[in-house]
Design a binder for this molecule. Structure first.
Ligand SMILES: [Zn+2]
Ligand SMILES: [Zn+2]
Length: 343
């Protein structure tokens, strides 16, 4: 049987293609996809900006699903709602052997390096499944993956109660980082974002915002008091974002690098030396971050439905989801409803 899937066909080209239904390997589960989130990483793959990717490949790495088939020794059962930690690690490199398989030197992702979930069915390693809590719908559960990204960043930055936090870049990850920082007890969270639609969404979920076009960085830093911010998250991947984070962080504060730059970027970094800043990277997540993400989504501390600005059917996904997040500045999180109830 063949199914329709959104396929990255070649640099700059997405196609709706007929693909064979996947056959799960002995350690894999076969899933019926419910909802798929589209993100900046998908756009990067689409434009050919991730060199390791070998087309054709079915996109979709942020998703919720129901189990069709699962190996017997997993404690999971057919029909169960799940989300998937879409990491593929080698198990042999030093990071893998020392408990850091999320930064495997050969790290791959379902939906980027192997066929993903922008299709009715997907086969994934059974050990990467997480059951969805009863209180969480499958539509909102599709945000588990980006929420786990945010949880990992907040852990890496060691945000503790009372801290002042600046988030540079108010896209979906930035808003999620702000919400997770609040959940960790941050005393003040400000999201710096030039796009007014995105600022409005950040404000609608209770975050303070700053427009970089209207608020100079010294004024922004002063919002955290005379010293500046304890932690500044750089999520833009741009020199100007890095420069803002470095400028607004306090002496001996932390700059968390979460945005992936395209090539080399330029920023004034002298203050990072003079203030003895801690610059720390963050990549994807650990299993524990996925569990935290599901808890925060289920109890409403991450109110996913406020971040979802559009839901489209699979056969409309290229224009309605991928082109929409590339071109429409009013979108935040766009989902593809593959097999959900369209609610
Ligand atoms: Zn993503
Ligand atoms: Zn490895």
């Amino acid at each position: 049987m063949t199914v329709q899937a959104v396929v990255y066909a070649s640099p700059g080209r997405l196609e709706l293609q007929d693909r064979p239904d996947p056959t799960p390997a002995h350690d894999e589960a076969l899933l019926a996809v419910s909802h798929v989130g589209v993100c900046g990483t998908d756009l990067l793959v689409w434009e050919g900006g991730l060199e390791r990717v070998r087309p054709p490949v079915v996109l979709g790495h942020e998703f919720s699903a129901s189990i069709i088939e699962v190996p017997p020794d997993t404690g999971l059962r057919p029909g169960q709602p799940v989300v998937v930690e879409p990491l593929l690690s080698c198990g042999e490199c030093t990071p893998c052997r020392t408990g850091n398989s999320h930064v495997c030197v050969r790290l791959g992702l379902v939906g980027i390096d192997v066929d993903g979930a922008a299709a009715p069915t997907v086969a994934v390693p059974a050990r990467r499944l997480h059951p969805v809590p009863e209180a969480l719908g499958l539509r909102e559960a599709a945000l588990a993956e980006p929420t786990a990204v945010a949880c990992h960043m907040v852990n890496r930055a060691a945000v503790t109660p009372g801290m002042t936090v600046l988030v540079v870049g108010g896209g979906p990850i930035g808003v999620l980082v702000g919400l997770v920082a609040h959940a960790n007890g941050a005393g003040l969270v400000v999201v710096s974002e030039p796009n007014k639609h995105r600022r409005a969404i950040a404000e609608s979920v209770g975050l303070l915002t700053s427009s970089p076009d209207d608020e100079p960085v010294d004024q922004l830093a002063a919002r955290a008091g005379a010293d500046g911010f304890d932690v500044a998250f750089e999520l833009t991947g741009l020199g100007v974002g890095l420069q803002t984070a470095i400028a607004a962080a306090r002496v001996r504060g932390t700059v968390l690098l979460g945005g992936l730059p395209h090539g080399a970027i330029t920023a004034a970094t002298a203050p990072a030396v003079l203030k003895e800043l801690e610059l720390r990277g963050s990549r994807v997540y650990r299993s524990a971050d996925f569990k935290t993400a599901l808890t925060l989504l289920a109890d409403g501390r991450v109110p996913a439905k406020h971040l979802i600005t559009k839901v489209v059917a699979l056969d409309q996904a290229i224009d309605g989801a991928f082109k929409a997040i590339r071109d429409d500045k009013a979108e935040m999180k766009v989902l593809i409803d593959v097999g959900g109830d369209a609610s």
